[in-house]
Structure formats: C-alpha cells, structure tokens
Write a protein that binds this ligand. Structure first.
Ligand code: C2E
Ligand code: MG
Ligand code: MG
Ligand code: MG
Length: 279
C-alpha cells in the first residue's frame, strides 16, 4: 500500500519537478551572468570577544541582489553554485575580495582583525585551490593567521582525503581553520583528530535555546569539547543578551549575531569599526 501511495505521489509531483528543474537551470544561468557582470557582493558580519565585546574579526557573506532591491538567500543559491560548479570561480573571487578588503582595513589601522571565509567542497577538488588561497594572501601582504577558512562537517565526510591533505598544507602556510555549524552534521567526530583545526562554531540552533533543555546542553557540551581539545569556540546567531551571557558563562570565547551586528556592506563595516574605536 505504501508503495502505491509513493507512486501516486511521484506521478502527482512529476510536472512540478520538471518546473523545479527549469527553475534551477534558470537560476544557475542568471547567477553565472550576474557573477560575470560583477553583481555579486560581499557583506561582512562582525565577530566579538565575549568578555570585552570588542570586534576581533568578521565573516564574509555572499549577497546576490535582485532587480527589485532584494536579495536571493545564500541558502538558496550556494547549493546551486555548488551543483553547477560556479562556486569554484565565485569562491575564488570571495577569497580575493575578502583579502583585498582586509588589506584596506589594515591600511586604516585595523591590523589585527581576522577574516573568516566560507569554503565549499568543489573548491577543495579544484587543483588550483591551495595556490589561490596562498596567492591572494601573499598579494595583500596579510599575515596568513588572519584568514580563517570555514568548512562544514559534511565537507569533511564527503572526501576526507582531499580535505585533510589540503588543510594540512594550508595550515602549514599559516591560515586558521574553523568547523562551521558544528553539531549539525551527524558525522563521526574522528575528523576532530585528523584535521588541523583552530575553532568550533557552535551552530545557531543550539545557541537559540538558553533555558535548560536539550539545545542548551548541546551548546554546553560543544564548548566543553572545544576547550578540552584546545580549540577556540564562537557562538553563531546570538540575538539576545541572555544568550551572550549564557555562552560567556559556559566559557565560549567569541560570538557573532544580530545582538552585536548584522552582516553589512564594507563601507558600513568601516564606519562600525571606527565608531567602536572611539568608545
Ligand atoms: P553560515 O556560514 O553559517 O553563516 C551564518 C549565517 O547566519 C549567515 O546567513 C548570517 O547572516 C546568519 N546570521 C548571523 N547572525 C544571525 C542571527 O543573530 N540570527 C539569525 N537568524 N541569523 C544570523 P547568510 O548570510 O544568509 O548565509 C547563509 C549560508 O550561506 C552561510 O551560513 C554559508 O553556509 C553560506 N554562504 C554565505 N556566503 C558564502 C560564501 O562566500 N561561500 C560559501 N561557500 N558559502 C557561503
Ligand atoms: Mg560560515
Ligand atoms: Mg554557520
Ligand atoms: Mg550555515
């Protein structure tokens, strides 16, 4: 009976699936076009030290503007960019642009700030990836330790060998490595031993719930795990004062979230940093 239902469902959804495919292909074509016309933007979200609440770094986040003044969510277009391979060129541009902007910040006197950059699996498969990372950093004359590559647990599980090797080489060069959305990947934790990691990013879903409950216990466990492994920890998606206090109490080092600042264009980031300097 279940099988029959499945078949019925499938037939019912078939036309819609075709629409979906067309929609995906249209999106991919438009994304490639807009990227080649330099319409993609990089925004930056500050990361703060939980004790001093001063900005210690920022995460570069892609923005794809639409013609009516809105944006298409990265959660929608990043998977398409990965699926189509466009992420290789887009990701190279993200690295180049974020390092260039970090160079600008250095020239303005912000010489210690870190830049976190999200990396997708297809980028690791690109034989040029390691060279791209090294050359964009070298060209800007930035200390490699100021650049942090964010990868997800699923990336590590996908093709562990490629990722482990690449990260070791990049680590030797001096860049930092963080696991993004930590705790959401359902993966084995053995990679915590194999990878040269610096930081765990506690996923927003665990930071959200600060009243005693499962999520709060998971947040606590992740921070403890990070501390015991000698990794620093950062809480993602901190929106409320109580969440920041709770994460600080757990011993979490840093935070990122709307409570402190939303992602913003570079010009706005500079103003934000300069205002903070006066405080
Ligand atoms: P992520 O790397 O985990 O980035 C954090 C996401 O949480 C960002 O969403 C950010 O805007 C959002 N966020 C930050 N603080 C808060 C908060 O307090 N509350 C809530 N509700 N959300 C908050 P965004 O910018 O939409 O990016 C979504 C995802 O897209 C990123 O998740 C990342 O996986 C991916 N992404 C973005 N830019 C890039 C990129 O340049 N390359 C790659 N490969 N992926 C990217
Ligand atoms: Mg990230
Ligand atoms: Mg994240
Ligand atoms: Mg995410």
């Amino acid at each position: 009976k279940a099988k029959k239902n499945l078949n019925t469902n499938f037939e019912y959804y078939e036309p819609e699936m075709e629409e979906q495919t067309t929609w995906r292909l249209d999106m991919i074509r438009q994304l490639g076009l807009d990227f080649s016309e330099r319409k993609l933007q990089l925004w930056y979200q500050p990361q703060v030290d939980l004790v001093t609440e001063r900005v210690v770094g920022m995460e570069a986040l892609l923005r794809w503007p639409t013609s009516n003044g809105g944006f298409i969510s990265p959660d929608v277009f990043i998977p398409l960019a990965e699926y189509s391979g466009l992420i290789i060129d887009i990701g190279a541009w993200v690295l180049e642009e974020s390092c260039r902007q970090l160079g600008v910040l250095s020239a303005l006197g912000f010489t210690e700030l870190r830049m976190a950059v999200n990396i997708s699996m297809p980028q690791f498969r690109d034989p040029e990836f390691i060279n791209i990372v090294k050359s964009v950093i070298t060209e800007q004359g930035i200390k490699p330790a100021r650049i942090e590559l964010e990868i997800t647990e699923s990336i590590v599980m996908d093709e562990p060998q490629i990722v482990v090797e690449a990260l070791h080489e990049l680590k030797e060069f001096g860049v930092k490595v963080a696991i993004d959305d930590f705790g959401t990947g359902f993966s084995s934790m053995s990679y915590l031993q194999q990878l040269p990691l610096d930081r765990l990013k506690v996923d927003r879903s665990f930071v959200n719930e600060i009243t005693p409950g499962k999520s709060a216990f998971i947040a606590e466990t992740i921070v403890t795990l990070g501390n015991k492994l000698g990794l620093s920890t950062i809480a993602e998606g901190v929106e409320k004062r109580e969440q920041a206090s709770y994460m600080l109490k757990l011993g979490c080092d840093e935070a990122q979230g709307y409570l402190f600042a939303k992602p913003m264009p570079f010009e706005q980031l500079v103003v934000f940093l300069e205002n903070q300097q006066d405080k």
